[in-house]
Design a protein around this ligand. Structure first.
Ligand code: IMP
Ligand code: MG
Length: 193
């Protein structure tokens, strides 16, 4: 295990099994529908890549990048679009693929914006759902795992852009984000050493 991780919350095997299960549900629910998987950059990339291959239907994939202002462990609800979809969605059944819902602020903003574009349907699939009080209520349609209110990384999820490539979900040691030490993978120039 990586030395910045306090404990593994969800193993690679558990992730694989859950993705397969979600893929089967989605395959059943979207038969004969014009499905667009809408991934949110960057956190949902590993999830959407695995999930898309577990869905046995013709589908399209597109991405949106939104950034929420705030510090790196809390979102502020003020969201800005960094990358938009390539085309209209009014002839599509849109399934948002999210890595995690925490306060709900980011997703709630995204949902309001997408509804105004009149998709044929709009549903939400999130890998992780944090058990905490939501600042915005969100109806999720597919949920991978409900997790405790701890800061997690891996399988797409980052802290300060690190740890996205861990093949499991782990709880980050609090001293990493409390600012006592920098992520272990930080590169140092010879002058800094
Ligand atoms: P929300 O707006 O509070 O629901 O948070 C949305 C975004 O915050 C997610 O898409 C993640 O990028 C980030 N986030 C929230 N909780 C975590 C976490 O535990 N680990 C890593 N990123 C998180
Ligand atoms: Mg993030």
């Amino acid at each position: 295990m990586h030395e910045d991780i306090a404990e593994t919350l969800i193993s690679t095997e558990q992730l694989n099994a859950k993705v397969a299960e979600l893929g089967e549900h989605i395959t059943r629910d979207y038969r004969d529908k014009n499905l667009l998987l809408l991934g949110t950059l960057k956190g949902a990339v590993p999830f959407i890549a695995d999930l898309a291959r577990a869905i046995d239907l013709p589908l399209e994939i597109d991405y949106m990048a939104v950034a929420s202002y705030g510090d790196s462990t809390h979102s502020s609800g003020v969201v800005r679009i960094i990358k938009d979809l390539e085309g209209p969605i009014d002839q599509k059944h849109v399934l948002i693929i999210e890595d995690i819902i925490d306060s709900g602020l980011t997703l709630s903003y995204l949902i309001d914006m997408l509804r105004r574009r009149n998709p044929l349907s709009l549903r939400i699939c999130t890998l992780l759902d944090k058990e905490r009080e939501r600042l915005k209520k969100i109806e999720t349609d597919y949920v991978g795992f409900r997790i405790p209110d701890k800061f997690v990384v891996g399988y797409g999820l980052d802290y300060a852009q690190r740890y996205r490539n861990l093949p499991y979900i782990g709880i980050l040691k609090p001293l990493i984000y409390e600012g006592h030490i920098r992520p272990e993978t930080e590169h140092q120039s010879p002058a800094e050493k």
